[in-house]
Design a protein around this ligand. Structure first.
Ligand SMILES: [Zn+2]
Length: 152
């Protein structure tokens, strides 16, 4: 709708250099760069910077993460949510089990962050072998020695 309006580039300052485009956006992960199509955005003709509206940013991130997960064979958001429920864990408890930071599992389940290969494999192992949970929980939470089982 704003396809004929041009703005100055906020990055390099070039006058009226932004143009609207439907070109795929490129999202970089450690594992590679993925194209995300379907998001009209502005691109600077001078410096090449792409500008995505703030309210579209999460949708772009989610599309890129979904593409990367499909390509890399990683668990989807729904699978991570499902395995967490199958294991009977809150997001914070799964974070503790995996040794990842607070809020990480929520971002994986929303699909805005790509889980690393190690966490992905560990989640698969736990999903297939929930009997491993008490030992991992003990190590992650108490860390006093390998032999005492967690209570409860
Ligand atoms: Zn620019």
């Amino acid at each position: 709708m704003a396809s004929d309006s041009r703005r100055d580039c906020p990055v390099c300052g070039a006058r009226l250099a932004l143009r609207w485009t439907d070109e795929p956006l490129l999202e970089e992960f450690r594992e590679g760069t993925y194209e995300v199509a379907g998001f009209t955005h502005e691109k600077c003709e001078s410096c090449g910077e792409t500008l995505v509206r703030a309210d579209k940013l999460e949708a772009v991130e989610r599309a890129a993460v979904a593409a990367a997960r499909a390509d890399l064979g990683r668990l989807s958001s729904d699978e991570i949510h499902q395995l967490r429920h199958d294991l009977g864990l809150t997001q914070a408890e799964l974070e503790s089990q995996l040794g990842v930071g607070a809020g990480t599992v929520g971002r994986w389940e929303r699909g805005t962050v790509l889980q690393g290969a190690t966490a992905d494999r560990l989640m698969r192992v736990l999903w297939a072998h929930p009997e491993l949970l008490p030992e991992l929980g003990y190590v992650a939470r108490e860390g006093r020695g390998p032999y005492r089982k967690r209570g409860g």
